[in-house]
Design a protein around this ligand. Sequence first.
Ligand code: CA
Length: 227
Amino acid sequence: MMRVLLVEDDDLLGDGVTAGLKQYGYTVDWLKDGLSAEQALKTEVFDAIILDIGLPKKTGLELLESIRNQGNVTPVLILTARETVEDRIKGLDSGADDYLVKPFDLDELCARLRALQRRLSSRATPIIEHAGIKLDPASHTVTFNNEEVNLSRREFALLNKLLENAGRVLSREYLTQTLYGWDDDVDSNALEVHIHNLRKKFGTDLIRTIRGVGYMANESNSNNENK
Ligand code: CA
């Protein structure tokens, strides 16, 4: 899990969630009304949306219905007040994947985001295993042939994304958007640098360059097949 869109008009809560998720290694972009979120979702890619229901300009439920109607399947976790059972039901019926009742615990939020991501990639177990690599999104640890490998936050995020989508080509734009929020300055070759580092750590066969398009992790055919 990497890039999260937070849509929340409460400054205090928004600040807290943004800071907290960043500490856990997420890239967080925060918008404060439903309309600007809808605009952003037309052009930007997120791994998950944390969506408050009571929002100015367009409510969370309206936004949710509208993006689902447009075929956007990004996992959505809605935030609701304790007394509004009805909102939660409407939210789930409108295509939300999960909900949390305010106030909530940051650890729980993170655990639910990880669960959403697992469901999306249809993995039953939290640990990703791939060609000698074991990646644990919860503890942020990676081993390669049973030895621990140190990765930067973005290297970890990139490896996670590539392995979850092994066998599928991910475009440069998609990967860059996933790794960097709007606030970050992105070097034009930042992605290449991370790919280079991952190849150094896991071997050159893991990630294929698809010229003019992007990158792909090779599908893991049992243990030691040369590829
Ligand atoms: Ca609100």
